[in-house]
Design a protein around this ligand. Sequence first.
Ligand SMILES: *Cc1c(COP(=O)(O)O)cnc(C)c1O
Length: 228
Amino acid sequence: MTMTIRTQLAAVKKRIADYAEKYGRKADSVHLLAVSKGQPIEKIEAAFQAGQPDFGENYLQEALSKIDRLAHKAITWHFIGPVQSNKTRKIAEHFAWVHSVDNKKIATRLNDQRPSHLPPLNICIEVNVSNESSKSGVRAEEVLPLARYCMGLPNIKLRGLMTIPAPQKDFAAQRQSFHALFLLWQRLREQGCELDTLSMGMSDDFEAAIAEGSTLVRIGTAIFGSRA
Ligand SMILES: *Cc1c(COP(=O)(O)O)cnc(C)c1O
């Protein structure tokens, strides 16, 4: 199992570097977040052992148990799932990043509940670029006001934007969704927001995301295999 994780992690890193080169980008401009939701702790240990420091989790209870058991390792934990109000305190206490902030109330609670001995919590605003009514994430026109609001909160640090587009097989269609987020990110930067993170791309679409400027891809199954 350890060898499989090591091999698959290396293969994903190689693909990231190859895509970066293919689209005229520096290999080190695209970071890898290993998404470990639904995976056993042994696989996280194997990936960490193979040099992977950043892990993403979606479900708070599952994540807290892993964080507790791996407390002796220098892992950076990212929360990437939907954030409910009653979960913000534990998230603010135990994570370094939250990728899925999509309203003021959640941003305020994360800010207020971030322990003072920890550095500001890194956050991304989740944007719904596919405009499906059922999905989480703010609409494009809501991004700038929410970004300005977040920038006024001292215990959170707005790092960028994140999206989970509707799954599409067609490469050009994948690129189109990611391009929409890239344009929003650029516009915020032109408006004076100091953003360095564009969190987009998963196992099935990270080539398109890298082609469109992703700085952080969130990869689960391509590293760890299918989830329980
Ligand atoms: C599960 C998940 C991923 C990883 O998906 P894979 O298809 O397994 O790579 C990435 N981002 C988010 C927000 C997820 O929930």
